[in-house]
Design a protein. Structure first.
Length: 162
């Protein structure tokens, strides 16, 4: 049964054509980390520079993978670009004499997703949004009157307990 090479949205190693000493694989895939989320959007495919080598019953793959994303800042709600980089990507795939192709797509996708920040911030000094009017404080002050003290305790302060 002939094996078909998956479309460009996969990262596949042709084990049968791999050099005995290993081989460097470089390029850009199609979009394999398509999250289709409101707050995280992939921009293009995964760039990779990998060294693949068949060692007995395993295919060892090491190298660098990266992908660009548009993220929404968790403080100011602005969209910014972020590059997820894995400089030391490593995976091992079990192979045998009948293995023609090794699909690395799932391992690469999972590794990239794990590098994405849980609370993305557009820049270290992001001031966020005004809690009252919602203005982006990175663009300047909002003009809301400053409160004196912490109003969350106002109801208890009003109780005259003596």
């Amino acid at each position: 049964m002939p094996h078909k090479l998956p479309d460009e949205s996969h990262l596949v190693v042709d084990v049968t054509r791999l050099d005995r000493e290993g081989e460097t694989l470089e390029g850009v895939t199609g979009e394999i980390v398509a999250l289709d989320e409101r707050f995280v959007k992939s921009v293009g495919g995964v760039e990779y520079s990998l060294f693949a080598q068949a060692l007995g019953s395993e295919l060892l793959v090491r190298g660098r993978v990266s992908q660009r994303f548009e993220l929404v800042c968790s403080r100011c709600n602005e969209v910014f670009e972020h590059e997820a980089v894995i400089p030391d990507f490593t995976t091992s795939v079990e192979i045998d004499e009948n293995t023609q192709f090794a699909d690395l797509t799932d391992e690469v996708r999972e590794s990239i997703i794990l590098t994405l920040p849980a609370y993305p911030v557009c820049r270290e000094g992001c001031k966020g949004l005004c809690a009252r009017c919602g203005k982006n404080l990175n663009e300047g002050p909002c003009g809301c009157a400053e409160e004196s003290g912490d109003s969350r305790w106002g109801a208890l302060d009003a109780l005259n307990l003596k």
